[in-house]
Design a binder for this molecule. Structure first.
Ligand code: GLP
Length: 241
């Protein structure tokens, strides 16, 4: 894994936005794997600025997102589809039919997982962006998820529900289930960029980079990916320096 240590959130966001822009420019129909959470928001803002300044077009870009909460749809501002519209899709020239997320409102969730597996087979990521859970999760692949898992339904861990409660009025409103891209489908990406900032991510960063490759820390599998870069600020890097 290549490790890039930066001073702060701004520099991390710039490095991620530049990596995305490079991939978008390098292909006729690039596929971006996108993440939600607070970490990539700054990079999405910069990508929207590149578009506004006519430096970048997303006209031919296809996107696949990592995950979605079960029970939330586009009319709920906490859904990941709303997050993506607010932070990127509505700010650039992405064509809506080229953007893909699992549908958290599907009546048959198992069928929805199978549908999304097919979407991912047809849209292999040129670049996959990943954030990092404080428990080492990637997407919503919680500790002890088999590394060969494809898109599946997840019961969120108490740790993740607690972490994500900050986006909701109250912890009881955090959905307890989600659909996530599996680790096998994440690892299929040609290139992966992981971003992490803040001291609350330091332990997960250490386990991901220096720990044993084990399903107990889902992100540790990234040590085996042929083209994975970690962009991390000094706070999140403090246990690997
Ligand atoms: C959620 C998402 C992950 C994300 C993680 C970290 O659980 N499913 O994809 O990486 O949160 O979030 P944040 O960037 O807000 O720390």
């Amino acid at each position: 894994m290549k490790i890039v240590i930066v001073q702060d959130y701004e520099e991390m966001s710039r490095a991620l936005a530049d990596a995305v822009a490079e991939v978008v420019k390098s292909s006729q129909s690039p596929v971006l794997g996108l993440a939600t959470g607070s970490t990539p928001v700054g990079a999405y803002k910069m990508l929207a600025e590149f578009f506004a300044q006519k430096k970048l077009s997303f006209q031919n870009v296809r996107t696949v997102n990592l995950d979605e909460y079960v029970g939330l749809g586009s009319d709920d501002e906490q859904s990941y589809v709303s997050f993506m519209r607010r932070n990127l899709f509505d700010l650039v020239d992405l064509q809506r039919q080229n953007t893909h997320l699992p549908n958290g409102l599907a009546t048959d969730l198992q069928q929805e997982c199978l549908r999304y597996r097919r979407v991912l087979q047809q849209n292999v990521q040129d670049l996959q962006i990943l954030g990092l859970g404080t428990n080492g999760h990637i997407g919503f692949n919680e500790p002890n998820t088999p590394f060969d898992e494809q898109t599946h339904l997840v019961e969120l861990s108490p740790n993740t529900i607690h972490d994500n409660a900050r986006f909701f009025e109250d912890v009881s409103q955090v959905p307890t289930k989600a659909i996530t891209m599996g680790i096998a489908e994440i690892m299929r990406a040609k290139k992966i960029v992981v971003v992490a900032n803040g001291s609350n991510k330091a332990r997960a960063v250490r386990d991901m980079v220096c720990g044993e490759i084990s399903e107990r820390c889902p992100a540790s599998i990234l040590q085996t990916h042929p083209d994975c870069t970690l962009i991390v600020d000094t706070l999140a890097a403090k246990l690997i320096l």
